[in-house]
Design a protein around this ligand. Structure first.
Ligand code: GAL
Length: 373
């Protein structure tokens, strides 16, 4: 009798533990991710800053309905000591009510990222910024600065970077005015035109387009701004100044005409990896991975990092990449962070976090069974 009771009790404990666990972590497989107030985390297209035992998550605060894709609140910040429980730290960068400010509420602010500058003691935020009622035509990168990780961040300005400078390694013979864009988009002739810097040359004087973006600090402390440029056809990796507040003019075109968005960068064993998504708006698409020996070196495509069902592979588990967390204190533990967008009710967007596995050739692999635990 006693034994049966003990068996039932242990079964009940096991069930309770499993239930609690799946409940706790479902927020990392696209479900509701409750913060310390029980409210779904609202930090989309986000990234993580780690400092002194605390992870800070910055992302787009989205609203209800389709209009919720535009920015009326700003950049939301959460903090965590364990990458599981998130404390709401409020809005770190607030949208302006002043019609003269470019950061006026109702404009588009996407994919904000924050880095800390050891020399100046400042927290530096860059983000993709589109002007109010101008769709996605401005393609600017915005800058905001704070003395505290959680903010408030002060908006400085928004720019088209690298105006009047050619990228590293760009052939001399192509350093001239752009010729007209071939009429048929995506035709072989058009792709060649893009590869040869058609858009780059068009935007040379006014500055390069900058949309989906991330930031990365290299081992020597140099910070890099990595963004979709050239009408989203080519990634630009740009070195920032020592204070991280401006562009140095040193930049590299990565995978020209490769059509990459949502770039996420990490460093493992001296190699730089990028996981990105394709160009399908809010809809998911197959992810891509690439590797390089140097950030400004040559990047080699590694193909789709997802392994699983045909549906998982073709949709990246119904998500788009945004960041890779290099877990502090854990050797070679990396978490792929992605967004499951809900454009029709933006606030419902979910998060997909997958612990990255590496195959024998060191190619990053994403599998649903490695959802962050
Ligand atoms: C996606 C991009 C998002 C957002 C969206 C708008 O391709 O990754 O950040 O810009 O397009 O349609």
């Amino acid at each position: 009798m006693k034994q049966t009771l003990r068996f039932i009790l242990s079964l009940a404990t096991f069930w309770a533990m499993t239930a609690a666990q799946s409940q706790d972590f479902s927020g990392y497989s696209g479900g509701v991710l409750p913060d310390n107030n029980g409210v779904h985390v609202n930090a989309h297209g986000g990234g993580i800053l780690y400092q002194k035992g605390i992870y800070y998550w910055f992302g787009e605060h989205k609203g209800e309905g389709e209009v919720g894709n535009r920015s009326f609140d700003g950049v939301h910040c959460y903090s965590s000591k364990n990458l599981k429980d998130w404390k709401d730290e409020g809005i770190a960068l607030t949208m302006s009510k002043d019609p003269k400010s470019l950061l006026i509420e109702g404009c588009i602010l996407e994919r904000p990222k924050v880095i800390y500058n050891e020399k100046t003691g400042k927290y530096v935020m860059w983000f993709h910024h589109e002007l109010k009622d101008k769709g996605y035509s401005a393609a600017l990168t915005g800058l905001a600065v704070s003395d505290k990780a959680t903010g408030p961040y002060k908006y400085i300005h928004s720019i088209r970077p690298n105006a009047g400078v050619w990228p590293v390694g760009f052939p001399n013979k192509l350093k001239k005015k752009a010729i007209a864009e071939p009429a048929k988009k995506r035709s072989p002739e058009w792709v060649k035109w893009v590869e040869q810097g058609g858009f780059l040359r068009r935007d040379f004087e006014g500055g390069q387009m900058s949309r989906d973006m991330t930031l990365f600090i290299d081992v020597d402390g140099t910070a890099y701004h990595i963004a979709s440029a050239e009408e989203n056809q080519t990634i630009h990796i740009s070195a920032l100044s020592e204070d991280y507040l401006s562009f140095t003019g040193k930049y590299k075109r990565v995978l020209p005409a490769g059509r990459n968005e949502g770039p996420a960068i990490f460093l493992k064993n001296g190699k730089y990896y990028m996981i990105s998504s394709g160009l399908t708006g809010w809809k998911p698409n197959p992810a891509r991975a690439a590797v390089a020996d140097k950030l400004m070196g040559d990047w080699t495509p590694l193909g789709n990092p997802c392994i699983g069902t045909a549906e998982e592979i073709s949709t990246t588990f119904q998500s788009q990449s945004t960041f890779v967390i290099d877990v502090e204190g854990k050797e070679e533990q990396y978490i792929f962070m992605a967004d499951r967008w809900r454009p029709e009710n933006a606030i419902d967007g979910g998060y997909v976090w997958v612990e990255i596995e590496f195959d024998q050739k060191d190619k990053p692999i994403l599998k649903w069974e490695n959802i962050w635990q």
